[in-house]
Design a protein around this ligand. Structure first.
Ligand SMILES: [Cu+2]
Length: 565
C-alpha cells in the first residue's frame, strides 16, 4: 500500500513519481540550480525543541497501516457522477444594520452537523462533518459594502469523527472533542468575528459573527479554525465558499449564471467502507502527522465528477481547500487557461497560461473557452491526476466574446512607503518530546508573547526566510497584500554564521500572483517578500502556514493591529 510517507516535493504536483519531472522543472525555474541546504542546523533551538537535522522523510513518524482495507480510488470508474453545485444560502431573516439606523441587513444561520455524503456512485456513503448537511457547505453570496451577519451553530456530535492528538497545543483531553470556530478566509472583519482559534464553541453553542464586506469582489471561503483541530475539522468536511461581488466586476460582463462554476478542490483518503481515513503516527498518544495527502481528489465533494457544458466560455472559481496538496491545474488537451483573478479578486489583466499552481487556501479565477470543443470531453487535471471532466455539448458555439483586456487597476504598494520590514524565519526542528517534526514561525511558539504589532493604517514589508525543505503557504488574516519578490539565499551560510547572503536576482511574482493576495507560497531556500497595509480594525488576528497539519502544531502565530500612538 502506498500510504508510506513520501516527501512533499514528490507529491507536490500530483502524485509521487508521475509528476516528478514537472516538479523538478518548476523548482529549477523558481530556485535556480542550487540545491537547498539542511534546515535550522545552527541557530539555538527554542526551549521546547532541538534543531532539526535529518531529512524530513527519515525523522518523521511513519504512518501506520490501518486495520481496515483502504479504498483504491483509481480502480473506480471516473466521471460517473455529476458535479454538484453547492446551493446558495438563503438568508434566515433581517437584522438591524450594525451602524446605520433604520437600515437592515441579511442574517444567516448555518448549522454544523454530521451528515452522510456520497462521494462516488460506487462508494458507500461517507460520514462527514458539514455545514448545513453538505460538503462543501452552501455558498454564501455577499455584495461589497453590504454587511451580513451569520449565526454559526455547533450541532456536531460530542465525539470526534477523527483521531485527536491531545499533545498539540490547545487540544487537551480536558476540552470538548467537537470544538469549532468559523473563519472566513480572506474576509476583512472585526477581530471578534474572525474566528480566532481559541474562540471555539462546543456542541450546543453558537456564535453570531458580523461580516462588513468592505472589500472588493473576490472568492473567499469559510472553514473551521479551532485550535489544534482545524486539520481534522476541515478534513471531516467543514468548508465552503463565500463569494463577494461588486459593481465593478458586474460591469465587466464575465461569464455568469450557469457559466460561472465554483470548484472546491480537496483530497482525501478513504477506507473501502467509504469512511474517511485520516492517517496517524505510530504513537497512539501523539497521532499527529506532519502532512496529509489523499489519493482521492474531490471536486465539490465528488470523486472525479463530470459537468456538462455548452461550447462557450466558462468562468471557474477554484479554491484549494486541501490540507496539504499543491495543485498544478491544466486542461487535458493543453488548451489555454485564462487566469483573471487570484485570492483577493481580479488581476489587472487576464493572463494566458498552460498551468495554474494553487497551494492550500489559494484561489484562482479562471476562464476556459470550450467554443471549439463541441462534442468532445476534456479533463481538468493536476499533473497526471484527473479531477473533473467537461462534456461539451454538440451544439453550435455561441459567438465568441473576447475577455476584457483590462480587468481593474491595481496600484502597487511601494516599498518606500513601508514603515518597517520584518524578517520572519520558517524553521523545522526535531521535537524530542514526541520524536516528530516541529515547525515554527520566527522561532516562536503559539503561546509566546506577540511580536508582530503593526500600527493600523501603516504599510509593512514581511520577508519570510524559509530554511525548511518545504513550500509553506503563508496566510495573514485581515489584510490583503502584494508579493514583492522571491530570492534564493545561502541557507548553509545563514545557518552557520547568521549572515544573509542572497544569491541571484530577486524574482518577481508569477503573472497569476501579481494581484491582491492573502496567501503566498513561501518556497524553500528563498526569501519571499510581501507588502501590506494594515487597514481595517485594531485587535488580535493570526498568521499561519496553511498546511493544516503545520498550523495545528505551532506553525501559527497571533499578531496585533494596534492603534496609532
Ligand atoms: Cu507549513
Amino acid at each position: 500500500m502506498e500510504r508510506a510517507r513520501v516527501s512533499r516535493r514528490a507529491l507536490l504536483y500530483g502524485g509521487a513519481g508521475i509528476a516528478a519531472g514537472a516538479t523538478t522543472l518548476a523548482m529549477v525555474r523558481l530556485f535556480g540550480p542550487r540545491a537547498r541546504g539542511a534546515a535550522g542546523s545552527a541557530l539555538a533551538p527554542p526551549a521546547r525543541g532541538a534543531p532539526f537535522c535529518g531529512s524530513a522523510a527519515s525523522a518523521a513518524p511513519a504512518a501506520v497501516s490501518p486495520p481496515r482495507a483502504p479504498l483504491h480510488p483509481d480502480a473506480l470508474t471516473p466521471f460517473v457522477d455529476a458535479l454538484p453545485i453547492p446551493r446558495v444560502l438563503a438568508p434566515a431573516g433581517r437584522r438591524p444594520h450594525p451602524t446605520i439606523a433604520g437600515r437592515e441587513i441579511s442574517h444567516y444561520r448555518v448549522e454544523m452537523r454530521e451528515a452522510t455524503i456520497r462521494v462516488h456512485r460506487d462508494v458507500p456513503p461517507t460520514r462527514m462533518w458539514t455545514y448545513e448537511g453538505a460538503m462543501p457547505g452552501p455558498t454564501i453570496e455577499a455584495r461589497s459594502g453590504e454587511p451580513i451577519s451569520i449565526e454559526w451553530v455547533n450541532a456536531l456530535p460530542e465525539r470526534h469523527l477523527l483521531p485527536i492528538d491531545h499533545t498539540l497545543h490547545g487540544a487537551g483531553a480536558d476540552l470538548a472533542d467537537a470544538r469549532a470556530v468559523v473563519h472566513v478566509h480572506g474576509a476583512r472583519v472585526p477581530p471578534e468575528s474572525d474566528g480566532y482559534p481559541e474562540q471555539w464553541i462546543a456542541p450546543g453553542g453558537s456564535i453570531v459573527a458580523q461580516y462588513p464586506n468592505e472589500q472588493d469582489a473576490a472568492m473567499l471561503w469559510y472553514h473551521d479554525h479551532a485550535m489544534g483541530l482545524e486539520r481534522l475539522n476541515q478534513y471531516a468536511g467543514l468548508l465552503g465558499s463565500f463569494i463577494v461581488r461588486d459593481a465593478a466586476e458586474d460591469a465587466l460582463d464575465l461569464p455568469r449564471g450557469d457559466r460561472e462554476i465554483p470548484l472546491v478542490l480537496c483530497d482525501r483518503l478513504f477506507f473501502a467502507d467509504g469512511q474517511l481515513h485520516y492517517p496517524v503516527s505510530e504513537d497512539p498518544r501523539a497521532p499527529w502527522v506532519e502532512d496529509v495527502f489523499g489519493d482521492a481528489p474531490l471536486v465539490n465533494g465528488k470523486l472525479r465528477p463530470y459537468v456538462e457544458v455548452q461550447p462557450g466560455a466558462y468562468r471557474l472559481r477554484v479554491v484549494n481547500a486541501s490540507n496539504a496538496r499543491i495543485y498544478a491545474l491544466e486542461m487535458s488537451d493543453g488548451r489555454t487557461i485564462h487566469q483573471i483573478g487570484t485570492d483577493q479578486g481580479l488581476l489587472a489583466s487576464p493572463v494566458a497560461c498552460d498551468r495554474v499552481t494553487l497551494a492550500p487556501a489559494e484561489r484562482a479565477d479562471i476562464v476556459v473557452d470550450f467554443s471549439d470543443a463541441a462534442g468532445s470531453a476534456l479533463v481538468l487535471r493536476s499533473g497526471a491526476i484527473p479531477l473533473l471532466q467537461f462534456r461539451v455539448a454538440r451544439a453550435a458555439a455561441a459567438p465568441r466574446r473576447a475577455l476584457p483586456r483590462r480587468l481593474r487597476t491595481i496600484a502597487p504598494l511601494s516599498p518606500e512607503g513601508a514603515v518597517t520590514t520584518r524578517t520572519l524565519t520558517l524553521d523545522a526542528y526535531h521535537d524530542p518530546a514526541h520524536d516528530r517534526m516541529l515547525m515554527l514561525l520566527g522561532g516562536k511558539y503559539w503561546h509566546d508573547p506577540v511580536t508582530e504589532r503593526p500600527v493600523l493604517g501603516t504599510i509593512e514589508i514581511w520577508q519570510f526566510v524559509n530554511r525548511t525543505e518545504d513550500t509553506h503557504p503563508i496566510h495573514l488574516h485581515l489584510v490583503r497584500f502584494q508579493i514583492l519578490d522571491r530570492q534564493v539565499f545561502d541557507v548553509d551560510e545563514y545557518n552557520t554564521s547568521g549572515k544573509m547572503i542572497p544569491i541571484g536576482d530577486r524574482v518577481r511574482p508569477e503573472p497569476g500572483e501579481a494581484g491582491w493576495k492573502d496567501t503566498v507560497r513561501v518556497e524553500p531556500g528563498m526569501i519571499t517578500r510581501i507588502i501590506a497595509r494594515f487597514d481595517g480594525y485594531v485587535g488580535r488576528y493570526v498568521w499561519h502556514c496553511h498546511l493544516l497539519e503545520h498550523a495545528a502544531n505551532e506553525m501559527m502565530r497571533p499578531f496585533d493591529v494596534v492603534a496609532p500612538a
